[in-house]
Unconditional design. Structure first.
Ligand code: NAP
Length: 259
């Protein structure tokens, strides 16, 4: 359990769901972790769980749509732990709605969190990773970045954007011989609070149930609902030297949904 000893990690959206599981697993592997989120109370709970498990972690308030807050968060991470090696761009929201009725405001909020947030985090972390001598950027996309879903086109656009943004930045890092790898992760149906926050109108749009066990039984080839730990284990792999020859690739963790 020391694959990441000596490494420093920053996890956006680390207060809940997949981000929380990533923070816990990265810390279990020896990384010092900054948990960053807009939710202070839940973020502090993630930190407490890590510290109680013998790991090292701190919380930092971060709205991923703010460039200024990203700059402050990266600077605080370096001040606290001496560098930055691992960024998990995980914070995300899912705004549902028909293309006929979705407001421009909702579209822009979806893009701001899921796409601007990944852009800003990547932009401000890569210089710190170069200075630290080693870096791995892991962008949490989705199976929704590979295939479309009715009434989730705005979310599809962000996750498809994250997928190709990842490849473009990976190639820029490689071309410059920067010691930074950049990969995306594509979760399928994972049991987290994000589903409770989605608009109920998705029920009218091809998703005939919001019960996750039933949804997985109907839609996932294995019939199994994914857990946050399933994604966190993939993130640890991409953060560690086990994946040292991988950059610009996409790790699909979906029970066969895209197969
Ligand atoms: P989650 O449990 O809702 O966690 C997301 C976290 O991000 C929450 O703590 C949320 O805070 C926070 N957040 C939202 N807006 C933010 C902002 N502007 N700045 C900083 N933090 C913000 O969701 P999750 O399922 O773990 O999702 C994590 C990532 O996985 C997302 O990118 C999501 O799109 C992706 N994903 C999830 C699934 C799935 O089935 N669960 C599948 C594919 C991809 P609030 O609760 O206060 O909003």
């Amino acid at each position: 359990m020391d694959k990441l000893a000596g490494k420093v990690a920053l996890v956006s959206g680390g207060a809940s769901g997949i981000g929380k599981a990533c923070a816990l697993r990265l810390a279990q592997e020896g990384a010092k972790v900054v948990v960053a989120d807009i939710d202070l109370a839940l973020g502090e709970q993630t930190v407490t769980s890590i510290v109680e498990g013998g790991g090292t972690a701190s919380f930092r308030t971060l709205d991923v749509t703010s460039e200024e807050q990203w700059q402050q968060c990266v600077a605080a991470t370096i001040a606290l732990y001496g560098g930055l090696n691992i960024l998990v761009n995980n914070a995300g929201i899912a705004v549902g709605g028909s293309i006929l009725t979705m407001s421009l405001e909702d579209w822009q909020r979806q893009q701001a969190v899921n796409l601007d947030g990944v852009f800003l985090g990547t932009k401000h972390s890569i210089p710190a990773m170069i200075d630290s001598g080693h870096g791995s950027v892991i962008n949490i996309s989705s199976v929704a970045g590979i295939k479309g879903s009715a009434h989730l086109a705005a979310y599809n656009a962000t996750k498809g954007g994250v997928r190709l943004f990842t490849k473009g930045v990976a190639r820029e890092c490689a071309a410059n011989r920067w010691p930074v790898r950049v990969n995306s992760v594509h979760p399928g149906v994972i049991e987290t609070p994000i589903w409770d926050k989605m608009n109920p109108e998705l029920l009218d749009a091809g998703m005939n149930t919001m019960d996750l066990e039933t949804m997985a039984e109907q839609a996932v080839p294995t019939g199994l609902l994914g857990k946050p730990l399933d994604i966190a284990n993939g993130v640890v792999f991409l953060a560690s030297d086990d994946s040292s020859y991988m950059t610009g690739t996409e790790l699909v963790i979906d029970g066969g949904l895209c197969a």
